[in-house]
Design a binder for this molecule. Structure first.
Ligand code: MLT
Length: 404
């Protein structure tokens, strides 16, 4: 008789955003008259920028002719895209990252879920609490997290680094020494950031204890303040301890188009073995690459017109985030984030739990957000709203919240 991977059975409930979608659909069926405003999942609402659409059209036409048709993409991704990334995202910021240290993929969610495969099962992971659920859940599936305690909502073999109001939502070095450290800045869900010198301390720490930092920089385009790093490779020594995950979803609206990349410097080694070589082996074996037309669209993000257009889009979402933060504060809420991030992290009123506030907001204002406790126990009593809606809906949602 076959056996299943029973690590899957240890996972409590379903994926956070699937859960929310089910609840919202049920509410909508019961209340078909309600106009629901969705500020829950961080999904973009603006169409792809014109420069990106032009590149897509051009690439589709190329696929229509034998002379320009493309089949399988190269394992690491097309050089034109990797060169554009190496120049714009790294060289121009003073970071030393070569094009062949960049692996193109169909998004940061998959990469952040898959990257744990190249590490031994007895590695100890450390995560911020609250945290993007994919980091923990993918390690549960692999069997790296021990047992789950429903009372504390914690896994026995995971090191949690609480990010709370008290520490400005910035993790502190854990008491136990981790092997893999997941960091995401600007942070999902809290919208908090850390400064370059704080990140440098993490890099120094990882090099000292022999840990790898898995740095999720999916929201770097939203940084507005000068001393906040866009890449971990701005820190000295990061080439020997850090992997960076990037996405085109949030900076250029590719949530449905799918494109991302992972950077693994060749200096990052365990007992002389390059992690780059392991990820290259995995990529070659399990993945056939993002489509040519999508990689051409990604290249257009770095064109002069593309850069201008995506910067305008980011500014549009940031105006929403500012509207949410300021609107909430004016209505008497305590709210964080929304300065270097599209996410606003608010304290639930009247000691409501995160899920109680979710139901209250859905039922009374027909506004959908994300309960903070869905991101981990330290998220209890908090709630996340996203700036990725339309401006009109954002204003309408805030007006409804103000009237509650
Ligand atoms: C979120 O809402 O946290 C993100 O959209 C999820 C993701 O990027 O996968």
């Amino acid at each position: 008789m076959f056996k299943i991977n029973d690590n899957y059975l240890k996972l409590p409930g379903s994926y956070l955003f699937s859960n929310i979608a089910k609840k919202v659909n049920a509410f909508s069926e019961q209340h078909p008259e309600a106009t629901i405003i969705r500020l829950g999942i961080g999904d973009v609402t603006q169409p792809l920028a014109p420069a990106i659409i032009d590149a897509l059209h051009g690439a589709v036409d190329e696929m229509a002719h034998a002379e320009t048709f493309r089949g399988y993409a190269p394992d690491l991704g097309y050089e034109f895209l990797r060169n554009a990334i190496a120049k714009n995202d790294f060289a121009d910021r003073g970071c030393e990252i070569a094009a062949d240290e960049i692996f193109i993929s169909d998004g940061a969610k998959c990469d952040s879920g898959n990257i744990q495969e190249i590490f031994s099962l007895d590695n100890r992971i450390a995560v911020c609490d609250p945290v993007y659920p994919v980091y923990v859940d993918s390690n549960v599936m692999a069997g790296r997290t021990g047992s789950y305690d429903p009372l504390t909502e914690r896994w026995s073999d995971v090191i949690y680094m609480p990010c709370t109001e008290a520490n400005g939502f910035a993790p502190e070095f854990p008491k136990q020494t981790p092997d893999l450290i997941y960091l995401c800045f600007p942070n999902n869900p809290t919208g908090a950031t850390i400064t370059k010198s704080q990140l440098q301390e993490w890099v120094d720490y990882a090099n000292r204890v022999g840990a790898v930092i898995l740095f999720d920089a999916a929201y770097e385009a939203y940084i507005s303040e000068d001393d906040v790093p866009h890449s971990i490779y701005e820190c000295e020594g990061a080439r020997t301890c850090a992997i960076e995950l990037r996405s085109f979803s949030k900076n250029a609206g590719f949530t449905g188009t799918r494109l991302g990349f992972t950077v693994i410097p060749k200096d990052l080694k365990a007992n002389g073995v390059m992690l780059h070589a392991l990820w290259a082996r995995r990529h070659g074996t399990k993945y056939n690459g993002a489509p040519y037309i999508v990689q051409k669209a990604g290249e257009a993000v770095y064109s002069e017109a593309g850069k201008k257009q995506v910067t305008e889009q980011v500014a549009y979402y940031m105006k929403n985030a500012q509207t949410i933060r300021e609107g909430l504060q004016a209505a008497g809420f305590t709210a964080y984030g929304g300065v270097n991030s599209p996410y606003v992290w608010l304290k639930t009123p009247d000691h409501m739990t995160s899920w109680e506030f979710f139901d209250y907001l859905l039922e009374q204002a027909n506004v959908v957000g994300t309960p903070g406790s869905g991101f981990g126990p330290s998220g209890e009593g908090y709630f996340r709203l996203t700036g990725f809606g339309t401006y009109e809906n954002t204003l309408a949602a805030l007006e409804r919240i103000r009237r509650l």
